[in-house]
Design a protein around this ligand. Sequence first.
Ligand code: ADP
Length: 357
Amino acid sequence: MTINVSRQIFTLAALTAILTFILDLSLPLGVAGGIPYVAMVLLGIWFPTKRHVIVLAIIGSLLTITGYFLSSAASDIWIVFTNRFLSILMIWITAIIVSLSKETENKLILARKEAVDALEVAKRANSASQAKSDFLATMSHEIRTPLNAIIGFAEALEMGIGADNKDDRNERLNIIASSGRQLNNLISDILDFSKVEAGKLDLNIQPVLPSNVFEHCLPTIQQLTESNNISFQGIKKSNTQIFADPVRLEQIIINFISNSVKYNKPDGSIEFGCYLVPNNHLRIYVKDAGIGIPKEKEELIFSPFDRINHIGSGVGGIGLGLAICKKLTEAMNGTIGYETTLGKGSTFWIEFPTYSS
Ligand code: ADP
C-alpha cells in the first residue's frame, strides 16, 4: 500500500519537476522561475520519510540553479539571481516545515501503534489468565471427582458397607478401578503434553499397517461406545502401510474416538476407518454424528486448555487431547485436520505418507 502510494506521488513529483523545468526554460520566468519547485517539495507530505522531502528539496534547488543558467532571462543577472536565491530559500523553508509535520505525524503513528500493541498485550495477558483460571477449575474438578469416588467407596468397603454382598462389592471395586484409570489417563495427558512442549518425545517410527492398530484399539472402542449407547460402524480397511509410531497412532485414534463419544448426541453414531488420498497419503478418520463445533471456535480446537463451551458442562476433559494429537501427528511427519457442521457432526482425520517396501 505504502509502496503504491509512494510510486504515484513519486510520479507526480517527477512530472511537476519536468513541467516546471520546461516552463522555466521556455518562458521568460527569470524572476519567478524557481517558485513552482516549492509545489514539488510540498508533495513530500505524502512521502513516507523525511529523507524523501530533503531529496525533493535538493532536486528543486539544483533545477532552480540549472534553470537560471539555461533560461533566456539569465541576462538580467542581479534581479534574476536574487529571486532565484529567494526561491531556493522558500524551497528549503517548505522542506523544513514538511519535514517537521512528517516527524509529528510519524510520532503520532508510533504512539498509536504502541497503544494498540499495549492493548493487544493486555488482552493476551487477560485471556491467558482466563485460560489458566479455567484450566485450574477444570483440573481440580477432573482430579477431585475420581479421587472422591475412590476415597468414598474404599472407605465404605473399609467400614463394611456393601462388603458382604458380592455384586455390591464388585460394583464398588469397579468404580474404584475405573476412577483410578481416569486419574491415570489425566496424569498421562499432562506428562505427555509437558514432554511434547519440551520437545522430549520418544518416538519409535516404523512401517505400520493401520489395520493392526485398529484391531488393537477395538476393545477400548467397544467399551467406550457400548457404555455410552453409541452405535459404531465397521472399519474401512486398507492394506497400505504407513510410517508412524504404532503406540502414538493408537493414542491419537483413541483420543478421536473418545471425543466423538463425549461430544455425541444421545443414541448417536460414529464411524472410523482409512482410505488412500492423492500424493501417496493414507487418511485415517473418525466421523461422528454429534454436536459439531461452532464456526467461530474452530481455530481454538487444537490449542491447549481450550474447551469450546464445555467448561462446567459435565463432559469430562481438560482440553489437552487434541493439542497432544496435533503435536504427535506433526512429530511423525503427518497432518491433522477436521471438518464439522454445527448440530450435525464432525470428522477428525490424520494423514501420513504411505510406505512401500
Ligand atoms: P477435551 O475433550 O479434554 O476438552 P480436546 O483437546 O480433546 O479436550 O478437545 C478440545 C475441545 O474440542 C473439546 O473441549 C470440545 O469442545 C471440542 N471437540 C473435540 N472433539 C470434538 C468432536 N468430535 N465434536 C465436537 N467437539 C469436539
